[in-house]
Design a protein around this ligand. Structure first.
Ligand code: OAD
Length: 237
C-alpha cells in the first residue's frame, strides 16, 4: 500500500470511470457528529439503541424526537471542502458515481448530482404501511393512518436491493475507487472497495486513521478529508 498523494492523483485523473464511497468522516469537518465518535450520543442513547425497528415499535415518538434533534444539528451545517472537491471531480469526469452512507444530504447541498444514498435520507419519511416515501414535513402519521418512519436504513434492516446492485455494478466497472471517511465496519458498503480492487480499479482511501478497508487499498492517504480531497482532485497541482 502506498501513501504518495501525487501518484494517487495521477492515476485518479487518468481514470475514465470513477466511483466514490463516503462515510461520516466526510461530514465531520462540517460539524456533523460521526457515528462511532464521542459526539454521536443523544441524551444517554447510543445510535444503535434508537436506530432499529424494535425501538421504533416500542416508542415511535422517542425515535422521531431523536431524528428531529439530528435534523436540527445538521440543518445548521454547511458542506465543507471535501464535499466541494467531489463536486469538482464529478464535473471533470465522464462517468462518476457517488455512493454515500451519510443521510445528511450535504453532498447534494454542495452540488453533487449522481448521488446514491445507501442508508436513506434524514430529510425523507416513509409510510410504514404503504412503503411510499415523501419529503419529511414533520408529520408523524400518513394520510392512511399508519405511522410515518424516517426513510433511513436501521440496524438489522437490508438496503434497497436495486441500490445495492447499482453500487456493485459501479464498483466493478470503475477504474478508480475512492473511499473517504468511513470506518468500513458496516456491510454491504464495506465490501465495495475490495470488489472494485478485484475488478482492477485503483483504490484510494482517505481517512484520519487506518481501517479494515486499508488492506484492500492501493493508496492510503492519512489525514482529514477536507484537506486531502481538494489536493487529490486539483488538476493544476
Ligand atoms: P463511522 O463514525 O463509523 O466512521 C467515521 C470514519 O471517519 C472513521 O473511520 C474516522 O476515522 C473517519 N474520520 C473522522 N473524521 C475524519 C475526517 N475529517 N476526514 C477523514 N476521515 C475522518 O461512520 P461510517 O463509517 O459512515 O449506518 O458509518 C457507517 C454506517 O454505520 C453509518 O452509515 C450508519 C452506521 O451504522 C446506518 O445507520 C445504517
Amino acid at each position: 500500500m502506498r501513501t504518495d498523494l501525487a501518484e494517487a492523483r495521477r492515476l485518479l485523473h487518468r481514470a475514465r470511470r470513477i466511483t466514490v464511497l463516503t462515510g461520516a468522516g466526510v461530514s465531520a469537518e462540517s460539524g456533523v457528529p460521526t457515528f462511532r465518535g464521542e459526539q454521536g450520543l443523544w441524551k444517554t442513547y447510543r445510535p444503535e439503541e434508537l436506530a432499529n425497528a424494535d425501538a421504533f415499535e416500542a416508542n415511535p415518538e422517542l425515535v422521531w424526537e431523536w431524528y428531529r434533534w439530528r435534523q436540527g444539528v445538521i440543518a445548521g451545517c454547511e458542506p465543507n471542502t471535501a464535499h466541494r472537491a467531489l463536486v469538482e471531480l464529478e464535473r471533470c469526469s465522464s462517468s462518476f458515481t457517488l455512493l454515500t452512507q451519510n443521510i445528511d444530504g450535504l453532498h447534494q447541498k454542495a452540488g453533487s448530482l449522481n448521488v446514491e444514498e445507501l442508508h436513506g435520507s434524514l430529510w425523507r419519511a416513509r409510510c410504514t404501511r404503504e412503503g411510499k416515501t415523501r419529503e419529511d414535513t414533520g408529520q408523524l402519521r400518513c394520510e392512511c393512518g399508519a405511522w410515518l418512519r424516517p426513510h433511513v436504513v436501521w440496524f438489522g434492516e437490508p438496503l434497497d436491493s436495486m441500490m445495492v446492485a447499482l453500487s456493485f455494478h459501479a464498483a466493478k466497472r470503475s477504474e478508480a475507487f475512492l473511499v473517504v471517511g468511513t470506518s468500513g465496519l458496516v456491510a454491504p458498503a464495506n465490501r465495495l472497495p475490495r470488489v472494485a480492487a478485484d475488478y482492477g480499479a485503483t483504490v484510494i482511501e482517505i481517512n484520519t486513521e487506518p481501517t479494515p478497508l486499508s488492506s484492500a487499498a492501493d493508496f492510503f492517504l492519512a489525514g482529514p478529508a477536507g484537506e486531502l480531497l481538494p489536493k487529490l482532485v486539483a488538476r493544476d497541482a
